[in-house]
Design a protein around this ligand. Structure first.
Ligand SMILES: [Zn+2]
Length: 453
């Protein structure tokens, strides 16, 4: 890290302090984030965690020569089994479609892919090895085809999330199962019925509990100790507490994650998002009413540790801010090589203070709009670091709402049908409405293809 680079400070959930970030190996910063359980479309609360991770990793890449970012996919889970059955489809079809949708949604919002995206079902052998180690070391026990982690055998259990033993029981909403020695014990392995996914193991055919996969995959790709483990604050307990317990018992000389990053929750119109309140928004719902870049910007309005309130008015504000920023960057090249202005970088290095970084960008926009070209170039560079302002001014003002590939494909079929039935007015209207949103249709001998203008 050059001397001129500001020191990154990050809040650490384990010590509950904001501390200077010191990588274990400055030549390769290692980051693990818990990814999606793939049974349904991502919602905007999921997106907040993924955007937080994206800003963190983009900043680390700016500060250090190399970052290894691992984000897993949970593709074995009871919720997946239940949903596949309800949909009348196979688990493979459900998980493959959901993974594709997840990637499309994140890509739309400018979230860069991780370096490694391991799937739980591809790492069952690693999980079985860890479970065997935990039994051998006396931290886990087998009972009625289940293997359970014995929380009483890990004295530091609860320290990460700062819970007392009584809180732990209340927080875990534990199921009192007859095979548990202690109600707080959690499942590492459980039996699987013949019609459900399962793998042979020393304890019979079964499938893993949720938590063991992240211990197995982080160890496989990042080692016994790595720099940062992150996720939404809803994962702190029990998921991360359990991951930490498993990994520390398997690898007592390692530290597992050196630094824990958790983002606060997202509210919609001031209330916790829930299907019953009718304020549940998938990423696609949000993208259908707003340019993707405005959604990304809105998620940066609050610092990641503050609760973020999502409203349509906020989305409109974000769009107005982008109108202003794009007018300010004008015709500066979107891929410039100007350094990120120091005040913006300093704000991000201060525990990812995105609202302050955006305030600094507004100050740059003031100067740029008054004719200062260096400020315009600086604003463009700041945007680039945050995954914003990657288009030309013209493209931003011409582009309408983000249209999902799925919608485009559906409209192409509708347009073909309209042409077949000689309803050319309808066919032209579809082409024009897509063109307004920046989608160009090209008719060729093998059918219609599309591209973004
Ligand atoms: Zn995890």
């Amino acid at each position: 890290m050059p001397d001129s680079m500001p020191q990154l400070t990050l809040h650490d959930s384990r010590s509950r302090k904001t501390v200077p970030f010191a990588p274990l190996d400055p030549g390769n910063v290692r980051v693990y984030y818990c990814g999606p359980t793939v049974y349904d479309l991502a919602h905007i609360g999921n997106l907040r965690a993924m955007v937080t991770a994206d800003i963190l990793v983009r900043l680390l890449r700016h500060l250090y020569p190399r970052v290894t970012y691992v984000r897993n996919i949970t593709d074995v889970d009871d919720k997946i089994n239940t949903r596949a059955r309800a949909n009348g489809e196979t688990i493979d079809s459900l998980t493959a479609r959901t993974i594709r949708d997840f990637h499309e949604d994140l890509d739309a919002v400018g979230i860069l892919p991780p370096d490694i995206e391991p799937r739980a079902t591809h790492h069952i052998a690693e999980m079985l090895t860890l479970i065997g180690q935990l039994i051998d070391s006396g931290h886990a026990y087998e009972a009625q085809g289940h293997v359970l982690f014995a929380v009483s055998r890990f004295p530091a259990y609860g320290a990460l999330s700062g819970r007392s033993p009584e809180d732990l029981l209340a927080g875990a909403r534990v199921e009192v199962a007859p095979y548990k020695r202690d109600p707080g014990d959690f499942v590492l392995w459980k039996p699987s019925a013949p019609d459900l996914p399962g793998w042979e193991s020393p304890w019979g055919r079964g499938r893993p509990g949720w938590h063991i996969e992240c211990s197995a995959m982080s160890h496989r790709y990042l080692g016994e100790s790595f720099d940062i483990h992150g996720g939404g604050s809803d994962l702190l307990f029990p998921h991360h507490e359990n991951e930490l317990a498993q990994s520390q018992c398997c690898f007592p000389h390692g530290r597992f994650a050196n630094h824990w990053v958790h983002n606060a929750m997202l509210l919609v119109n001031g209330e916790k998002m829930s299907k019953s309140l009718g304020n549940f928004l998938t990423v696609r719902d949000a993208l259908s009413v707003s340019p993707a870049e405005a959604l990304r910007l809105l998620l940066l309005h609050a610092q990641y540790r503050s609760v973020l309130n999502f409203t349509l008015a906020g989305l409109e504000d974000a769009k107005q801010t982008l109108n202003r920023f794009y007018r300010a960057v004008g015709d500066t090249p979107p891929d410039g090589t100007v350094p990120v202005p120091a005040p913006v970088l300093a704000a991000l290095c201060d525990d990812l203070n995105t609202p302050r970084a955006l305030a600094e960008m507004h100050a740059l926009a003031d100067r740029a709009l008054a004719g200062d070209r260096d400020a315009a170039l600086g604003l463009r560079a700041a945007g680039q670091l945050l995954g914003l302002l990657g288009q030309t001014e013209d493209a931003w003002f011409r582009a309408g709402t983000y249209v999902h590939p799925e919608t485009i494909e559906r409209l192409i079929v509708e347009r073909q049908d309209a042409r077949k039935s000689r309803d050319f007015a309808r066919a032209d209207a579809i082409r024009e409405s897509l063109a307004k949103d920046g989608i160009v249709l090209e008719d060729g001998p093998s059918g219609t293809t599309w591209r973004r203008a």
